[in-house]
Design a protein around this ligand. Structure first.
Ligand code: S3P
Length: 226
């Protein structure tokens, strides 16, 4: 009937009421059936991978670390943190303002402390700022205490995504495109040291690749149970 699911109430069920009540009852039944299906589906996803270590996303600004991180955390049923946002909440000012008022070195220290604290929490998903790995101590913490994932995106695509954003202090340059290239060249060898490398072209696929990469580890390497 026009794609709608209808549940007929027929004899021997003796109903005392009006048509409206029947519609409500049918709707409630459908909601229960629908919700139960979703709950089972959610549980099946959450059981997909139980992580015993946090997952840390590294990569250039504009690589989609926050977007992918949030999706991944939701799929795994764990918390998501964006280290820049945590720093901003603690400092009460934006990352751009920290750069402006205290300089990059101070920001990198805050970043290291924040990532350290996040890694001491329950396993979660953490999206880091693009330059977090330039501090050797921060990168060592990431390598030692998490599954590190390099989200790679072609430079041209990164540029398309971020060229109109004004909140990225390192791109406040008279030739931001050139600056982006320089930063990428300086960091590429570091990003390559991540445990896994995922090309981020389609968000859903990237999330699946990350999950599959971790699942592909042997039990000892993974220290978890599926
Ligand atoms: C930075 C990237 C930014 C932010 C800060 C420095 C960098 O984060 O941490 O502006 O050095 O690449 P996103 O990667 O989230 O843009």
């Amino acid at each position: 009937m026009n794609g709608f699911i209808s549940i007929r109430v027929e004899k021997p069920f003796k109903y005392i009421g009006n048509q409206y009540d029947i519609y409500c009852a049918n709707a409630a039944l459908l909601i229960i059936l629908f919700t139960k299906g979703k709950t089972d589906f959610m549980f099946s996803i959450m059981k997909l991978l139980k992580i015993h270590k946090s997952i840390v996303l590294i990569g250039m600004m504009g690589a989609g670390k926050t977007h992918i991180g949030r999706m991944l955390a939701q799929k795994l049923g764990v918390e998501f943190f964006d280290s820049d946002k945590v720093i901003e909440a603690k400092a009460g000012i934006s990352v751009a303002e920290i750069f402006e008022q205290y300089g990059e070195e101070k920001f990198r220290q805050c970043e290291k402390n924040t990532i350290k604290e996040l890694l001491e929490n329950e396993p979660c998903v953490i999206a880091t700022g693009g330059g977090a790995i330039t501090n050797p101590d921060t990168f060592a913490l990431i390598k030692d205490h998490s599954y590190s994932i390099w989200l790679e995106v072609p430079l041209d695509l990164i540029w398309q995504r971020i060229k109109s954003s004004s909140h990225r202090p390192l791109l406040q340059d008279e030739n931001p495109r050139k600056k982006l290239e320089t930063i990428y060249t300086e960091r590429e060898a570091l990003y390559k040291q991540a445990q896994f490398h995922v090309l981020n072209e389609h968000a859903e696929q990237s999330v699946s690749s990350i999950i599959n990469s971790i699942k592909s580890l042997s039990d000892d390497e993974r220290e978890d149970n599926l």
